[in-house]
Design a protein around this ligand. Structure first.
Ligand SMILES: Cc1cc2nc3c(=O)[nH]c(=O)nc-3n(C[C@H](O)[C@H](O)[C@H](O)COP(=O)(O)O)c2cc1C
Length: 204
C-alpha cells in the first residue's frame, strides 16, 4: 500500500507502507539516514536558534529520517547511538507526531511504528506559532519516571535535532509547555515519563 503521511504534507513523493497487525495505521519504512553532508558543526552552532514560525510545508521522508537519526539514531556497529546514555542504558524513546497520529522511532530498522491514530497535535501546539507545523517530536524515557539522567539525555536529543535543523534550514523550538496528561493518556505511558517536546518545520 502506498500512502502520504502527515509529516510529508505537500511533499512530492510517496513512502512504502506495510500493514501492522491490529492497527489501522501502518509502519512507515523510512530511507536510511544520510550520514554525510550538511554544514560544519561550527556553522550549525552559529545558526542554532529557536525559530518560532512555521509554514505548513511538509517534511519529506529523507529529512524525517535524518532528524530522527540525529535525535536517537544508531551511529556505530555496536548499536550505540548519536546521543550518550548513562551506563549505555538507552532508556529513551522519540515519538514523531503529526495531525495523522503518533509513531515511535525504531532506529535499528529505520522505521516508524504506529502508536496512535489520535491527533494529539492540539495538546502539543499550545502556542499559536506551532499550530501549522508538520512535525512534533516527543522525548520520553522507558523508565517508570524521568530522572536527572533521562532529562540530560533528552537535552542531548533535542540539541542534536536543533543542530541538524540549523544545517537543513528547518526551524525548531524545544517546548515544555504542553498538555502532558492528555498526551500521556493517548500514548498509554506515564505522564512523568515524558521529558519534553520539540516542534520542527520549515520557516514561513
Ligand atoms: C527545556 C526547554 C523548554 C522550553 N519550552 C518552551 C516552550 O514551552 N515554549 C516556547 O515557546 N519556547 C520554549 N523553549 C525555548 C526557549 O524559549 C528558547 O530556547 C530561549 O528563548 C532562548 O532562545 P534560543 O533557543 O533562540 O537561543 C524551551 C527551551 C528549553 C531548553
Amino acid at each position: 500500500m502506498m500512502k502520504m503521511t502527515g509529516f510529508m504534507k505537500g511533499a512530492a513523493f510517496m513512502v512504502m507502507m506495510f500493514s501492522c497487525e491490529g492497527m489501522a495505521q501502518d509502519i512507515v519504512q523510512l530511507p536510511l539516514p544520510e550520514q554525510a553532508g550538511g554544514l560544519s558543526v561550527a556553522e550549525a552552532l552559529k545558526l542554532r536558534q529557536s525559530g518560532k514560525n512555521f509554514s505548513d510545508r511538509g517534511i519529506d521522508a529523507q529529512t524525517l529520517s535524518n532528524i530522527l537519526w540525529a535525535a536517537w539514531g544508531i551511529n556505530r556497529s555496536d548499536g550505540k547511538r548519536t546521543v550518550p546514555t548513562a551506563m549505555n542504558e538507552q532508556n529513551m524513546n522519540v515519538y514523531a507526531v503529526s495531525d495523522e497520529g503518533v509513531w515511535r522511532y525504531d532506529a535499528l530498522l529505520s522505521q516508524l511504528e504506529p502508536v496512535s491514530e489520535s491527533n494529539v497535535v492540539p495538546y502539543l501546539a499550545t502556542q499559536e506559532y506551532a499550530v501549522n507545523a508538520p512535525l512534533f517530536l516527543l522525548y520520553t524515557t522507558t523508565g517508570e519516571a524521568a530522572d536527572f539522567n533521562a532529562a540530560m539525555q533528552a537535552g542531548s536529543m533535542y540539541q542534536n535535532v536543533a543542530l541538524y535543523c540549523a544545517s537543513a534550514g528547518l526551524n525548531n523550538v524545544v517546548r515544555s509547555y504542553f498538555d502532558r496528561a492528555s498526551v500521556a493518556a493517548t500514548l498509554g505511558i506515564a505522564e512523568n515519563a515524558i521529558l519534553v517536546s520539540q516542534v520542527v518545520g520549515y520557516p514561513l
